[in-house]
Write a protein that binds this ligand. Structure first.
Ligand code: NDP
Ligand code: BG6
Length: 484
């Protein structure tokens, strides 16, 4: 594989919340890796901003320590860390006050690409946009990177879109969903639209059902306050699983450009049916032998927040009517495993008779870990004694197929930040897309809130609640096993 690093233009990237968890764990180590890859031009600068009283040197020390902690040893060295942190600056700024804005205005250059990353709590997104505009810091091409969550329902998302729109054009707003920055998620589009093989079969006539699983082993320990207000539906389904569903179900865009792709995703979201209560299973992890349950991680002893959700979703359009999409995500499950499984229908008629059994092709796209794809095909079982059939895998792990360089691909945040600097919005959510996603999500959440539904308890390290298995069993189907 040939590695092609495309250098970006000189930039000033201001990270509001530059001392926070996300900046230290993902954004700054990611920028360091892009620096090492030679993608940051000589006069690119990164400016941390937060209320803390830090000098440039304090911030540089903090970032140096974050790189030591979050970049693997074999990918860093003292010399490049020193060079990278010399590009860093820090300004003390209060998003809600007047402090620091004049200093920031003096520091940020007007004649380079400007990017402002809002890596602060969501209640500050509107304040930052308004103040950037008021203090005339941002130029007409400046880019705003807005973290999740983007609102907590349709009303708040619309309000946030309106505040941003009062100071910036939609073409300047980059709403992050880091799943779109994952290499394998983009690969989903390549598999679908760069091969002639799949697209003719990619519809309800040939596909029996689709499963999308994002299983995690982590708990919400330390994030209970956030998670209580969010739950798996808001934290994972409304954004990450929705994006996976859109990329799987959308029509081929005419071009790989921001609006062509986002128009098609929007059409999928708008075609989603309301989900009846019997098609939803919510779960909450209970305590295990040596691990705490969700209740211990929550701030509310009577919490009804779901840490797991499974649902059957129907798409009302010509391509998908009659082919259900089963979505499932949860914390503290048996393994960390994200994949999309496309189960094709059986052949319309078996020439081999009943003894041959029933067989269906299954395409599995493994998003993480062990990135790759696997197509189950049916062949003759070797040996004499008639025509017995057996299903075997055509299995490809991307790392094996592409060689060692496949292991060195940028992580989601690195890729997305570089897209921001390049001014490419394809992998970012448009305002109307986010609103449509909330318009579908809101009634589902309102339904269980009004009924006072309590999620079912499930064992840590399991597949989630039993009823999630039943969601498929009752349709004569089975989930792919969550496996290590
Ligand atoms: P943290 O609480 O760790 O950091 C918040 C940062 O914001 C700190 O640097 C803080 O510094 C700064 N800040 C707080 N108040 C102000 C203010 N009034 N003016 C200026 N700066 C302020 O949060 P995270 O880093 O975890 O999260 C940041 C954003 O990223 C959130 O929107 C979150 O939802 C999102 N996100 C985070 C993920 C993660 O893994 N952490 C994952 C996905 C999304 P100071 O107090 O000194 O001002
Ligand atoms: C975040 C969610 O957006 O995505 C977390 O807030 C979740 O709850 C995380 O753990 C999963 O991301 P990844 O990249 O580890 O699959």
């Amino acid at each position: 594989m040939v590695s092609r690093i495309i250098p970006v233009e000189p930039f000033d990237l201001v990270i509001f919340g530059g001392t926070g968890d996300l900046a230290r764990r993902k954004i700054l180590p990611g920028l360091y890796r892009r620096f090492c890859a030679g993608q940051m031009p000589d006069d690119a600068r990164v400016i941390g901003a937060a209320r803390g009283d830090l000098s440039d040197d304090d911030f540089r020390d903090m970032v140096g320590a974050a790189i030591e902690e979050f970049v693997p040893k074999d990918r860093r060295d003292a010399k490049t860390i020193k060079e990278f942190i010399s590009r860093l600056h820090f300004v003390t700024v209060d998003a809600k006050g007047t402090d620091g804005w004049d200093a920031l205005a003096k520091l940020v250059r007007k004649d380079v690409v400007q990017a402002f990353y809002f890596s602060v709590g969501p209640s500050l997104f509107g304040d930052l946009a308004t103040r950037l505009h008021k203090h005339k810091i941002a130029n007409a091409e400046a880019r705003l990177v807005v973290e999740k969550p983007f609102g907590r329902d349709l009303e708040t998302a619309k309000a946030l879109n309106a505040v941003l729109a009062s100071s910036f054009d939609e073409g300047q707003i980059y709403r992050i969903d880091h799943y779109l920055g994952k290499e394998t998620v983009q690969n989903l589009m390549a598999v679908r639209f760069a091969n002639v093989l799949f697209e003719p079969l990619w519809n309800a006539q040939y596909i029996d059902h689709v499963q999308i699983t994002v299983a995690e082993t982590v708990s919400v320990d330390g994030r209970g306050a956030y998670y209580d207000k969010s739950g798996a539906m808001r934290d994972m389904v409304q954004n990450h699983l929705m994006q996976l569903l859109c990329l799987t179900a959308m029509e081929p865009p005419s071009r790989f450009d921001p609006d062509a792709v986002r128009d098609e995703k929007l059409k999928v979201i708008r075609a989603l049916d309301a989900v009846p209560v019997e098609n939803i299973v919510r779960g909450q992890y209970g305590p295990g032998d040596d691990v705490e349950g969700y209740v211990e991680h929550s701030e509310n002893p009577d919490t009804k927040t779901e840490s797991f959700i499974a649902m059957k979703v129907d798409i009302s359009n010509w391509r998908w009517k009659g082919t259900p999409f089963y979505l499932r995500t949860g914390k503290r499950l048996k393994a960390r495993m994200s994949e999309i499984v496309i189960t094709f229908k059986e052949t319309p008629h078996s020439i081999f008779g009943e003894d041959a059994g029933s067989h269906a092709n299954v395409l599995t796209i493994r998003l993480q870990p062990d990135e790759g794809m696997d197509l189950r095909v049916t062949i003759k079982e070797p040996g004499p004694g008639g025509m017995r059939l057996v299903d075997v895998p055509l299995d490809m792990t991307f790392a094996d197929a592409l060689g060692p360089e496949a292991e060195d691909v940028p992580d989601a945040y690195e890729r997305l930040i570089m897209d921001v600097i390049r001014g490419n919005q394809t992998l970012f959510m448009r305002g109307d897309e986010v609103e449509a996603a909330w318009a579908w999500t809101d009634p589902i959440i309102a339904g269980w809130t009004e009924r006072g539904d309590r999620p079912q308890s499930y064992e840590p390290g399991s597949f989630g609640p039993e009823d999630a298995l039943m969601l498929l069993h009752r349709d004569g189907r089975r989930w792919r096993e969550i496996r290590k």
